[in-house]
Design a protein around this ligand. Structure first.
Ligand SMILES: C[S@@+](CC[C@H](N)C(=O)[O-])C[C@H]1O[C@@H](n2cnc3c(N)ncnc32)[C@H](O)[C@@H]1O
Length: 227
């Protein structure tokens, strides 16, 4: 082969390599854009169900506020939680805020509810929001059903019968992983009904508790310390 032909061959090969690299980059960019747009769509779908629930007061069932919901979302995402346990599903409003984070952490929610009507509403909302695959609803009295839980818990959210908070804590604290969080709702407005719980989370040296949104219902955030 002459030198000219060799040069031509090298140039053709280099051009082909450049074209292949450009096509691969374009494909990777397109796939990243597709996945990002799928994620945005999934998030928007959950937020739109939440918005409908907030606007339709027929659906208001002692739910947390949107601000508290955003707190649950942020904490769950920051903790990279894989397993959230909720006591008190109601119509699924707070659960949907958890799902906003869980769909990105690869986690799941186990939520407990005693009232069959609220459970049916929650199921409908989870379906409409496209998150049914992330949620397991445990039906029945949570004081009994939580004893069936065996897996470690990253975040425990207590929002059911106020006088029962201490019992839920006693039963589930051993499953909360070190570094995990225990959240409790209504720690301001209904504090008088959960004095034993409040003492337990503030006096135990293995726990560190702060109180947020004190001007409203109030929410406590308790860290189970790593030892
Ligand atoms: C305040 S609402 C929960 C609101 C929900 N976390 C939200 O923000 O969307 C309390 C729920 O706890 C449920 N509940 C009360 N006692 C219970 C028990 N012993 N076991 C399971 N659920 C219970 C009630 O039926 C009610 O739906």
């Amino acid at each position: 082969m002459t030198t000219n032909k060799k040069c031509l061959l090298v140039a053709v090969c280099a051009a082909a390599a450049l074209i292949i690299a450009a096509v691969s980059l374009a494909d990777a960019d397109k796939s990243a854009k597709d996945s990002s747009s799928t994620n945005v769509k999934a998030e928007t779908k959950i937020l739109s169900v939440l918005e409908d629930m907030s606007n339709d007061r027929r659906y208001a069932m002692w739910n947390i506020t949107p601000e508290e919901g955003r707190l649950l979302w942020v904490l769950t995402a920051a903790a990279d939680a894989k397993h959230v346990v909720e006591i008190g599903t109601s119509n699924g409003y707070s659960a949907l805020w958890f799902c906003l984070a869980l769909r990105t952490t690869g986690g799941k929610l186990t939520t407990h509810e005693i009232d069959p009507y609220r459970i049916s509403m929650a199921r409908k909302h989870f379906k409409n929001a496209g998150v049914s695959h992330l949620v397991t609803i445990v039906e029945g009295d949570a004081h009994k059903t939580v004893t069936r839980l065996k897996e470690p818990i990253d975040i425990l959210f207590i929002d059911a019968d106020k006088a029962g908070y201490f019992d839920y804590l006693k039963k589930l604290l051993p499953l909360v992983r070190p570094g995990g969080l225990i959240l409790a709702h209504n720690t301001t407005d209904l504090a008088s009904e959960m004095q034993d719980y409040l003492k337990a989370v503030t006096n135990n040296p293995d726990l560190e508790t702060i109180f947020l949104h004190k001007e409203a219902g109030g929410i406590s955030v308790t860290l189970k310390k790593r030892r």
